[in-house]
Design a protein around this ligand. Structure first.
Ligand SMILES: C[S@@+](CC[C@H](N)C(=O)[O-])C[C@H]1O[C@@H](n2cnc3c(N)ncnc32)[C@H](O)[C@@H]1O
Length: 266
């Protein structure tokens, strides 16, 4: 009996180290999953109140502004896993762009700029559909531009440049249409970008800026931007996205360029 007891005690002694570790790890895991469930519960409850949604938006925007220009691994991940998911969005946006150019009689020789173009899927779609136009993709991230450059054409009809939307390398009134998808919520200074877009738009031109609705600018914020940068509030609008491509998920901002008569007068 004594022998058995001693042997048992020795076995207990040997097991007590790893067992304590396992119990400690289990406790830690349980604590972590409680924390995650608690955070999820707070987020779920917050969605039902305007103030909660505002808080979620602020946190998400703060996080997004930290990745304004995508690093190399982020660019590669985005290009391989995220951009292919948005194929329908790009095709829908391309249809909108064509409709706008048609309505404005600018189907031929239009200059189109895709702001924050990322790996260039939309710019490519546009250049396929608008053979007589020039498409320029502009993005802050050199690694995104490296990925997009594979689509560039040798005749310069489709090209990609590294640049900040806050200070575009284009002359005043030189662009017919500015388009952008899913980039706005990354912009550190959206007001500066809207001022820049307004500077480069030709008379009769237009900007169509698509973004993720829940992360993007509210109407009141848009009004403040219009006031701050001296834009006509009627020229800058927040619109619902029509049609089938995730109408509720996305929102569109429209900025009209100067009126054509203005240009003739000046
Ligand atoms: C989520 S990606 C969207 C890419 C692409 N437009 C699409 O729809 O797939 C956002 C892109 O905006 C770019 N970006 C963010 N802030 C920018 C700025 N101030 N000027 C130019 N590009 C910017 C980022 O580098 C990134 O490539």
């Amino acid at each position: 009996m004594r022998l058995w007891g001693r042997a048992r005690r020795r076995a207990d002694d040997n097991e007590s180290g790893p067992e304590t570790e396992v119990v400690g790890k289990r406790r830690k895991d349980r604590g972590r999953s409680r924390l995650v469930s608690g955070a999820l519960m707070v987020v779920t409850l917050a969605i039902f109140t305007e103030r909660g949604r505002g808080a979620i938006r602020s946190v998400a925007r703060w996080l997004d502004a930290r990745v304004e220009g995508f690093s190399e691994p982020e660019s590669r991940t985005y290009s391989h896993f995220f951009a292919p998911v948005f194929g329908r969005l790009y095709r829908g946006v391309a249809r909108d762009v064509i409709a706008e150019l048609e309505a404005r009689g600018r189907m031929n020789k239009a200059t189109i700029v895709d702001l924050g173009c990322g790996p260039g899927d939309l710019a490519l779609e546009l250049s396929h559909r608008l053979r007589g136009s020039r498409v320029v993709g502009l993005d802050l991230s050199p690694s995104m531009m490296q990925l997009a450059s594979r689509h560039a054409t040798t005749d310069g009809r489709l090209r990609f440049i590294v640049g900040n939307a806050e200070a575009m390398p284009f002359t005043d009134r030189s662009v017919d249409l500015v388009v952008s998808t899913l980039s706005l919520h990354h912009w550190k200074k959206p007001a500066a970008v809207f001022a820049e877009v307004s500077r480069v738009l030709r008379p009769g031109g237009v900007a169509l800026i698509y973004d993720i609705s829940v992360l993007s600018l509210r109407t009141s914020e848009l009004e403040t931007i219009a006031r701050d940068v001296g834009l006509d509030p009627d020229a800058l609008q927040r619109e619902r996205v029509k049609g089938g491509f995730g109408a509720r998920l996305f929102v569109r901002f429209r900025l009209e360029g100067p009126e054509i008569e203005d240009d003739r007068e000046s």
